[in-house]
Design a protein around this ligand. Sequence first.
Ligand code: MRU
Length: 350
Amino acid sequence: MKPHIRFDGASGALILLDQRRLPASKEYFYCRDTRDLIYAIQEMVVRGAPALGVAAAFGCVLAARETAAGFSNPREGAEALDALLDALAAARPTAVNLRRMIERMRWVRLDRDPPGFAELIALWEAESERIHKEDLEVNRRIGAHGAELLDSGDVVLTYCNAGELATAGFGTALGVIYEARGQGKDIRVIACETRPLLQGARLTAYELHRNGVPVTLACDNACALLMRRGLVSKVLTGADRIAADGDTANKIGTYGIALAAQAHGIPFYIAAPLSTVDLSTPAGDDIPLEERPESEVTHFGSRRICPEGVGAFNFAFDVTQAALISGIVTEAGVLFPPYGQSLARAVERG
Ligand code: MRU
């Protein structure tokens, strides 16, 4: 698949594969300024924690280009530029990669103190391309470490989408599966549909199927039964933020799957880059959980599926307690409890 996030320096546009339209059609969404990108992030044109980080890095280039139109140098335009970066960082609150990559871009600016916008834009474009490339390399390392946890014959249940489309490419949880299969292991996958936006049905099943991985779709509420029937050997998901103690935010529904996995003695693994680990968030209860419009739950497409006047909960994420997580696969290796120590050590080394 060609990169689903790409920056065209000549036109100054960030080009995103529109994930809302998959798998029915392949359309591209052009972001010409930060407003376009904030819209794209909030409307889920681009989603998945690492992909949001990469898109946000390119978004800093858009912000610099916009600011350049009104100010003669970055020092004069500092306040306006910071306001755009702050707005971008707040576009979605749970996935820490979004904020983290913008912080990294700010540091590049402070480090070099560029004299003009042309220099700042060139510096940030190069840094964004580096972030893009690094994420892909990190995913390959996650895949290599995680593949050691999988045995031939395993049926892996996954949730939401932690694949190519959620990252710069290859994927975290799905990267582990691609790598294990590349090593010749017979791995099959159960993809949960992932209500309400169906990232599992639309994106994970799409990716796996086109990459030749045997995949079966399941309703989210079938997970416990499938485990009870011995149809699941391991659970593997991605993460949006991992707190210092190992508590992990991921797509709403992950927590219930982890509880069911524990009840059935099935290992539950998370695969995520160290950029998703947030040591400044002490525990899961401190992670801000995004709440999205009720209409995503009350409607199926444009059709209302519940009576007029009935509202809905729409938390986009939940938190799985560290005690339910058998291991966290990172580019630095597989981390095991106590996560307070293993995460801190891995981040420090990383
Ligand atoms: O709301 P989304 O689609 O951005 O949620 C994505 C997830 O929950 C993924 O599992 C997570 O970001 C990991 S992506 C490698």
